[in-house]
Design a protein around this ligand. Structure first.
Ligand code: SER
Length: 318
């Protein structure tokens, strides 16, 4: 990875991946793009407005900047996808298809996030294996499974260096996720600081995998830098870090804020999605093939999130 193009850079992952990659590979070597202007991404390096659904414009950016690696971060998340499945398919699949095609024409590597949402109700719920039944029931998950297969196809047929991670819910404090089933685990920290209480849309006892953003960023670079000869899998790797229910996360916050209150107002769409996803993934292939190891747990993450969100909301008030 010497010259990187990120499409969909303005979202939850991109807004932190761009500065992270720039700190490693150099500001000028990470070209951030998004369908709209993004505050912040143009400050330290190149930024362009680019619609990933337009393959001609994507190819032109790749050629102009001499790109060797594309990060395709364009996606509608699971809950918002259920409101408009046709739009979710169009955006999620065509941004990936264009990234793969441009990569084929310009000899680039491609990273795409997959998700725990690629699994469904017929997948084993506990220690969900790397290779198992994948019959998701959301349009988001259907796009993820299709994307994994398509990315493997481009590797096998054209030799494109495609790699991917099945991310758990990503918890972060820079940009809100927006439209996912795991969003509660981000919102809870903001509401704890703002109001001391949170109303959760996901049932109190549903386990889902989660990961803190610093671990997610590190995992992406470690996978992309991994020796290709050691990779038995490519699209996509299970990674695990922590798994908890809303009740467990609320209890963790209460250890630091004893008066924190949690109530529930269940969103039936999120409930059914959450119930269809695994409790916890088995990430042994990622550990064996490229040395994956998480560094954050629910306790260290909660300390860090509460401090970071408090600071952010304080600054916003001024
Ligand atoms: N965080 C995503 C969602 O909830 C899952 O990958 O949709």
């Amino acid at each position: 990875m010497k010259k990187i193009l990120i499409v969909g850079a303005g979202g939850q992952i991109g807004s932190e991946l761009v500065p992270y990659l720039r700190s490693i590979y150099g500001n000028d070597n990470v070209v951030a793009t998004d369908v709209r202007e993004c505050k912040g991404l143009a400050d330290d390096g190149p930024f362009e407005v680019l619609d990933a659904l337009n393959p001609t414009n994507m190819a032109s950016a790749v050629a102009r900047h001499n790109i060797d690696t594309i990060f395709n971060l364009v996606a509608l998340l699971s809950a918002v996808g259920e409101r408009n499945p046709q739009m979710a398919w169009n955006i999620n699949m065509n941004a990936l298809f264009n990234s793969l095609e441009v990569a084929r024409q310009h000899h680039c590597a491609v990273f795409t996030p997959s998700s725990i949402g690629a699994f469904g109700p017929t997948s084993p719920k506990d220690m969900t294996p790397q290779d198992t039944i994948m019959q998701p029931t959301t349009i988001y998950g259907i796009c993820k499974v299709t994307g994994e297969l398509l990315s493997n196809y481009y590797h096998q047929k054209y030799g494109i260096d495609t790699r991917s991670i099945r991310f758990p819910g990503i918890i972060s404090n820079k940009t809100l996720p927006g439209g996912g089933t795991t969003d509660y685990a981000v919102e809870i920290y903001y509401e704890a600081i703002r109001n001391g209480r949170y109303t959760c849309a996901v049932p109190h006892d549903v386990y889902m995998d989660m990961i803190y953003m610093p671990d997610a960023l590190r995992s992406i670079v470690e996978l992309m830098e991994a020796d290709p000869f050691k990779l038995k899998h490519r699209n996509s790797f299970n990674v695990a870090s922590m798994s908890f229910t809303p009740d467990i996360l609320a209890a963790e916050i209460r250890k630091r804020m004893p008066n924190f209150e949690m109530s529930y107002d269940i969103d039936p769409v999120k409930e059914s999605i959450a119930n269809s996803w695994p409790n916890q993934l088995d990430d042994s292939c990622a550990r064996e093939e490229w040395g994956w190891k998480p560094q954050w747990d629910i306790s260290s993450m909660t300390d860090d999130m509460l401090a970071a969100v408090a600071k952010k909301l304080e600054v916003e008030k001024k």
